[in-house]
Design a protein. Structure first.
Length: 584
């Protein structure tokens, strides 16, 4: 028996040592992998800056956190600020002779494409060429590619130009059929996030705001495409309505494309433009590589910090999205950092928890007391995302930003009918009249419902109060354009919800001038996690499970799943936008 225990102990020790050695070599391999990826990037003479399928344009550094358990297929991430600055640098770079846009499907938000287009239009003032090539081209990719001097399409390709549409799914009958009750408390007739649980069709108010919003965004987008392709807006509308872009020959007939060529023929066209000889190599440098080549850290002048607020707003101390405890630490660090002379808050958020939004707003107000705070809106600045902007000295919005949604709601599901149908019932023993004002089986008590409605109304009044203070308007003026309604950035400027239409780069420039900086450099916050931090986080069981589910459901479906299952998001007063709009 003694020898048996010795053998067992020896095996346990051997296993522990083996695991330790394995983990050590695993870490060493990661370190060597990281070092091998850090190659010096140089720009060769006679180069063409290329925007291709391998480049994902992102808004925040937190979006660029890959897991050690995820395998990425040659895709890279570039911050929109860095991408725009790189294109502006390329304008004066003698080694860059032109830009080639070669992306059938562009992974970027609508406002990010707006900024890329504007930067490329400015690049063209240098006299350098901009060409584009596509196979089967998404609407978003064509929106960017249409800015080119010449657009080339594969003879068997097509361009998916169809305009914008939104489809709202309703769950009222489904919930009733299966015995799921939904307690809904909201303020604002336009707060349509809860409509799918209350109705079987779109309300007139929601239809009105969706129609206005889609037409504003498509009006901005379609007019720019038409102008780039030198055609009348009415003519372009006919082309889109008729889906002419799907047929290659019709893309020529209706001037969506200039020539139908194979990819190798397109490369020969660029070679001829560069006057290359037969044995000369065509030097293409991708946008992300050019950004790397331009990333020699500049520490001259004062520091302007860009603090990214990207994703939904929740409580907690987690990395990624906007979690109030961790985010407040970022804000306080910037407030105490004497090297930081001004802060630009870049918001790309549909909102979330009312409580977490309020915590963040307060800390931003403290920050503004010590240094300029300028806000820049990305694709979304709605509900809680708009709420936290109310600390700003000045607000910049993109024309196509989904803005506003000044409204509050709460959703509390309960399963009384479902439980009763399956032989489940409950009794409650309590110390006070409303100790069980809400339960998963019975929902809200009448008094609990009344108090939750008061809570929503109180939160809405607090929301509007901060908007009135920042926007210098009366309660009635804000209430008239609030009520949960979402506006485009263009419309938000007209009704006074923002100060200027402009990009993140415009906001940075203004922040520097507000701080009295003649020279400055830009730093991004929060910083990306180190490789070691990422390793240990990836070993968390909950994170591994979440990634598996996300990989199976897809990003969009996983976000819906998370909203239903997350304990942080249930039974809470929320400031959140009901939908997202993508130009695909």
């Amino acid at each position: 028996m003694k020898s048996f225990f010795k053998n067992v102990l020896a095996n346990i020790v051997a296993i522990i040592l083996l695991l330790g050695v394995f983990f050590f070599f695993f870490v060493i391999m990661l370190m060597f992998g990281a070092m091998s990826g850090e190659k010096n990037v140089s720009v060769k003479d006679n180069s063409v800056l290329t925007i291709n399928l391998k480049t994902n344009i992102i808004d925040s550094p937190t979006e660029d956190q890959s897991s050690i358990f995820e395998v990425k297929k040659n895709d890279t991430h570039v911050l929109i600020y860095d991408a725009v600055e790189a294109i502006r640098k390329a304008k004066d770079d003698k080694k860059i002779k032109g830009i080639s846009i070669e992306a059938d499907f562009l992974n970027a938000g609508i406002t990010q494409i707006d900024d890329l287009r504007a930067a490329i239009i400015d690049f063209k003032k240098s006299g350098k060429f901009v060409y584009a090539y596509g196979n089967v081209v998404s609407q978003a990719s064509y929106y960017l590619g249409s800015v080119a001097d010449q657009y080339y399409l594969n003879p068997a390709g097509g361009i998916e130009l169809k305009g914008l549409a939104t489809e709202v799914t309703f769950y009222k009958d489904f919930a009733e059929k299966y015995g799921v009750g939904i307690e809904v408390i909201r303020h604002g007739k336009y707060k349509s996030a809860v409509e799918p649980f209350l109705r079987n069709d779109i309300s007139p108010e929601n239809r009105e705001q969706l129609s206005t919003l889609l037409n504003d965004i498509w009006g901005n987008t379609s007019s720019r495409i038409a102008a780039s392709r030198k055609m009348e807006n009415s003519q372009f509308k006919t082309i889109v309505d008729s889906l002419y872009g799907i047929i290659p020959n019709q893309t020529l007939q209706y001037r969506l494309a200039d020539r139908l060529v194979q990819k190798s023929e397109y490369d020969q066209i660029i070679r001829a433009k560069l006057k290359l000889k037969n044995d000369d190599k065509l030097n293409k440098i991708s946008l992300n590589k050019y950004v790397e080549a331009s990333e020699k850290e500049d520490t001259s002048g004062g520091k302007v910090a860009v603090l990214y607020a990207s994703g939904s707003i929740n409580g907690g101390d987690e990395y990624g999205d906007i979690h109030s405890e961790r985010y407040i630490k970022y804000i306080k660090n910037l407030q105490e950092d004497k090297k930081v002379k001004a802060v630009v808050l870049r918001i790309n958020s549909p909102g979330g928890s009312a409580n977490a939004s309020d915590e963040i707003l307060f800390e931003l107000q403290q920050l503004k007391k010590s240094k300029p705070l300028i806000v820049s809106f990305g694709d979304y600045a709605a509900s809680g995302g708009y709420y936290i902007a109310m600390a700003a000295d000045k607000i910049y919005s993109e024309p196509n930003t989904l803005t506003g949604s000044i409204g509050v709601f709460g959703v509390m599901p309960y399963f009384k009918d479902l439980a009763n149908r399956n032989g489940i019932r409950s009794d409650i023993v309590a110390t006070n009249a409303n100790s069980a004002y809400y339960s998963a089986l019975n929902g809200l008590t009448p008094h609990g419902q009344m108090m939750m409605q008061k809570s929503v109304e109180s939160t809405y009044k607090r929301f509007v109060y901060f908007v009135t203070q920042n926007r210098k308007k009366t309660f009635e003026q804000i209430d008239n354009i609030g009520g949960g309604r979402v506006w485009s950035g263009t419309r938000a400027k007209e009704i006074g919800l923002v100060d200027e239409l402009g990009s993140l780069n415009d906001a940075v420039k203004y922040a520097a001038s507000k701080a009295g900086l003649k020279t400055y450099h830009v730093s991004s916050y929060p910083k990306r996690k180190t490789a070691f931090e990422q390793i240990f986080e990836d070993l968390n069981e909950d994170d591994i499970s979440a990634r598996v589910i996300k990989s199976k459901l897809g990003k969009a479906n996983y976000e819906l799943f998370e909203q239903i299952t997350s304990k942080k998001l249930r039974n809470e007063v929320k400031m959140e936008m009901p939908y997202q709009i993508n130009i695909n």
